[in-house]
Write a protein that binds this ligand. Structure first.
Ligand SMILES: [Zn+2]
Length: 132
């Protein structure tokens, strides 16, 4: 898995280089094979070597769609606003050290809090894309 990339066809469709429902055997970032369990309920793992966090087994597309379609999906997220603000604040400071002209893409931007904080603090410009 390490080093594999999605394939973009001439029609513009993307073929993922992984299988949904796949049990992750090696870290996608460093190839490490030792993982800590961060949440048994949500199947969240962390690579012991590099700290990368991921879900294993990977959820199916149907499971992902059902999760994002659940009206309560962001309730817990919104309830922990103070903790999340501290987390985003630290990450903004790290990114700001990269310097002027740097660009950021926030994939899976949730409700757009990180981008909004970047706008307020550093004048970032961005968009949040959703499908309805
Ligand atoms: Zn790793």
């Amino acid at each position: 898995m390490l080093g594999s990339r999605p394939v973009l066809s001439s029609s513009g469709s993307v073929t993922p280089s992984f299988a949904f429902d796949e049990e992750i055997a090696a870290c996608d970032l460093c190839g490490g094979r030792d993982f800590a369990i961060l949440s048994s309920a949500a199947n969240v793992r962390a690579c012991v070597r590099c700290g990368y966090r991921f879900v294993s087994p990977r959820p199916s597309q149907a499971q992902i769609a059902a999760s994002y379609s659940d009206p309560s999906f962001y309730s817990g997220w919104i309830d922990d606003d103070a903790g999340r603000q501290r987390m985003w604040s630290g990450r903004l400071d790290l990114l700001h050290r990269v310097g002027a002209g740097a660009r950021v893409i926030d994939v899976g931007a949730g409700i757009g809090t990180f981008l909004a904080m970047g706008r307020d603090r550093y004048g970032w410009h961005g968009i949040v894309m959703v499908s309805i």
